[in-house]
Design a binder for this molecule. Structure first.
Ligand SMILES: [Zn+2]
Length: 337
């Protein structure tokens, strides 16, 4: 090994190891600039882990391939020739200590985690600059980065994020404070047993300080809230209520509409046609609806949207009541703090 190699070893940050410079080589591919280090460490007299004897011999050397991604977009591979010893006293075999790393070097892993600090980089960006796969980057991230949970606040909100590509399960669980707009924690699944295990480890005193738990209409969240937040009022956030009301409204409208289907061609009032054509009047915000005249054989004259709504609500009493209740809730949402 010449001086150039010593410099190269420094360049690839391996100079701090106890490198056997008589055997180690650093090869730089002139076309790709890929670097391959055939690495040998000096033999250290280590006792046999079974009997502590120092009478050991090298039985063989095995080659370990290690990704040493310390420079982004620069492929550096270490072929670590790890010695296997045999104890002359007890006959056991054991491996030389490997300070470099398994699969990925310790320095490489550090660089990988460092790259992930950049919020603009995705897991796959970092995977390609480290010459590895995205799941591998995620694996190292999960292994090394422990994001600590925030302390629970007075108002908390449960929700889920679709995360099939990133986690073992389809949905991740997220808990945040909607008043302060702070993410309190993220879990990679929202299954009941996982949430139970999670919340049971949060001190009861801390949980008792929560005054409101905001959930969607999922039963598991309701069960968890009741069990772990004895002092909290459980509420369903307005977005999910509206979502539910809209679905219910649609169901009622369809029930009424179906009653008129058999007479749809002869019915002079054109109820079926009205309900079908102006279905969005029942679910959309009235102020945002634009009246569009629909070509038809029932009503030749032009209406405004107030007349359309009045006509729709005159068709069926249940439909009218449902609509007015829904509107009342919407009004409440808009005016109440
Ligand atoms: Zn031994």
């Amino acid at each position: 090994m010449n001086n150039d190699n010593t410099e190269l070893l420094k360049f690839v940050e391996l100079h701090n190891y106890d490198v056997d410079t008589s055997k180690t080589t650093v090869y730089v591919d002139s076309t790709t600039s890929d670097i391959t280090v055939r690495l040998f460490l000096n033999r250290r007299i280590t006792g046999c882990p079974y009997c502590m004897s120092t009478h050991t011999v090298i039985k063989e050397t095995t080659q370990k391939k290690i990704n040493h991604c310390i420079i982004p977009n620069h492929k550096i591979t270490i072929l670590f020739f790890q010695k296997k010893f045999r104890c002359k006293d007890c006959g056991h075999s054991f491996m030389e200590h490997n300070p470099i790393g398994d699969g990925i070097s310790i320095y490489g892993e550090l660089q990988m985690i460092n790259s992930l600090r950049n919020p603009r980089k995705t897991f796959s960006d970092v995977a390609s600059e480290c010459f590895t796969t995205t799941p591998n980057v995620i694996h190292h991230f999960d292994k090394r980065v422990q994001l600590s949970r925030h302390t629970l606040t007075k108002v908390i909100c449960f929700d889920e994020i679709y995360s099939k590509k990133l986690t073992r399960t389809k949905y991740s669980f997220c808990m945040f404070d909607p008043m302060k707009n702070v993410l309190l924690d993220l879990l990679d699944a929202r299954r009941k047993n996982i949430l139970e295990d999670y919340f049971i480890h949060i001190p009861a005193k801390e949980r008792a300080g929560v005054n409101f738990v905001n959930i969607d209409m999922w039963q598991t969240y309701l069960d968890i809230s009741e069990r772990f937040f004895p002092n909290a009022t459980i509420c369903v956030d307005s977005f999910h209520v509206i979502e539910h009301l809209t679905a219910a409204m649609d169901k009622i409208r369809l029930q009424v509409q179906r009653r008129f289907v058999k007479d749809k061609d002869t019915d002079r009032n054109g109820y079926y046609w009205l309900l079908k054509s102006f279905h969005y009047y029942f679910v959309e915000d009235f102020d945002k609806i634009k009246y569009v005249r629909k070509p038809n054989s029932h009503y030749a004259y032009l209406w405004d949207k107030h007349q359309v709504l009045a006509k729709l609500l005159s068709i069926d009493e249940d439909l009218k009541v449902a609509y007015l209740l829904k509107e009342e809730y919407r009004e409440f949402n808009l005016t109440e703090e």
